[in-house]
Write a protein that binds this ligand. Structure first.
Ligand SMILES: NC(=O)C1=CN([C@@H]2O[C@H](COP(=O)(O)OP(=O)(O)OC[C@H]3O[C@@H](n4cnc5c(N)ncnc54)[C@H](OP(=O)(O)O)[C@@H]3O)[C@@H](O)[C@H]2O)C=CC1
Ligand SMILES: CC(C)(CO)C(=O)C(=O)O
Length: 312
């Protein structure tokens, strides 16, 4: 199987590295100093499960140079999908499968605007990882990194089983789901607390401990749950409570990647998290005041971050 990893960051570097280490023909799309380091020194993955290194990797910053792929793992940030999607057709054949792993619920919809839906499967991942330095990925949280994926029409298929077999061979914990939209929304609900952490400048521990901020967190989750029910997403009636128990079990001092991006003045995925809740809330007539407050509060920082980084 020929695999192209579009976006060799925390996610693409880790999962792509595992696939390359297992002997799959993998091409990594990266850029700048990170690309140079990958070309010169190979890919190093530091991991709480054991470090590994892949020599002589194929890497380029020009997607169309990667050649045709059977599987494209799309692991750029959510707001980079619109910038990269049109290049993908240059490396696709009639059976190419595209697996997006972004947080949020918009990835497949944005891909479908320019790519035939038959090429898409839905996906998400659970891991905490980042580029530590050029050529080096650090996987530092989530003890069983996982990819969850499924057909957008909730059917089983031969290609899902082929992907599962490839992930199994690479030692990647992979789960096939018959309702990827529900899985995406469940992760989305929880990840949207990241914006609240950013605004209140708290860690998970601090946010959940103080009565006032705990109430805001519960209201934020409840708004998303209500929205999901208006849209018709399958979600257990006690999903908000279940999510709160997960938040209560997270390390006291931990935060999430969006929170850190906002604090560090970097462009974030806020439009794909609380921003999406606000837009869908307007569309479906569901009031989402806490999500709106979080989104509106981060917006000025987001605009500055994008201006300073030159990233739109
Ligand atoms: N990291 C994590 O722990 C988790 C992340 N996720 C989700 O996964 C997605 C990816 O996140 P993450 O891996 O952290 O992101 P990163 O920013 O670490 O990785 C994305 C990489 O893609 C590169 N890239 C983007 N566009 C191009 C291009 N056109 N050509 C070459 N390289 C390109 C970026 O380069 P540049 O920086 O120059 O733009 C960057 O190195 C996000 O949606 C995130 O929310 C989900 C679960 C956990
Ligand atoms: C919540 C978490 C860590 C889980 O994978 C994540 O997706 C992120 O920080 O972006």
């Amino acid at each position: 199987m020929k695999i192209t990893i579009v976006g060799t960051g925390g996610v693409g570097g880790y999962f792509g590295g595992k696939l390359a280490k297992a002997g799959f023909d993998v091409c990594f799309i990266a850029r700048g100093k990170h690309l140079n380091a990958l070309k010169n020194n190979g890919l190093t993955v530091k991991s709480i499960l054991g470090d590994f290194h892949v020599d002589d990797i194929k890497a380029t910053d020009k997607i169309r140079e990667a050649g045709q792929a059977d599987l494209i793992i799309l692991s750029v940030k959510a707001w980079q999908i619109k910038e990269t999607r049109d290049e993908l057709k240059h490396i696709m054949h009639k059976n190419t499968v595209i697996l997006p792993l972004q947080n949020g619920v918009l990835a497949s919809g944005e891909l479908e605007e320019t790519i035939d839906r038959k090429h898409l499967v839905g996906g998400l991942c659970r891991i905490i990882s980042k580029i530590e330095s050029p050529g080096v990925i650090n996987h530092f949280g989530v003890t069983t990194p996982t990819i969850v994926f499924g057909e957008l029409d909730n059917t089983d298929s031969e290609r899902l089983q082929t992907l599962k077999a490839a992930f199994d061979k690479a030692g990647i914990h992979a789960l096939v789901t018959m309702d990827i939209e529900s899985e995406l929304w469940k992760k989305f609900l929880m990840i949207c607390v990241s914006g609240l952490l950013a605004v209140t400048r708290t860690t998970y521990g601090e946010l959940r401990e103080l009565k006032e901020t705990r109430e805001m967190m519960i209201d934020l989750f409840t708004e998303i749950y209500t929205l999901s029910q208006h849209i018709g997403i399958a979600m257990e009636a006690d999903f908000v409570e279940k999510t709160i128990s997960i938040i209560d079990s997270l390390p006291y001092d931990s935060t999430s990647s969006l929170t850190r991006d906002v604090w560090e003045g970097k462009p974030s995925e806020i439009d794909y998290q609380n921003g999406t809740v606000v837009k869908l809330g307007e569309k479906y007539g569901v009031d989402v005041p806490i999500n709106r407050f979080v989104y509106n509060s981060i917006l000025p920082m987001e605009q500055k971050a994008r201006k300073n980084s030159g990233k739109r």
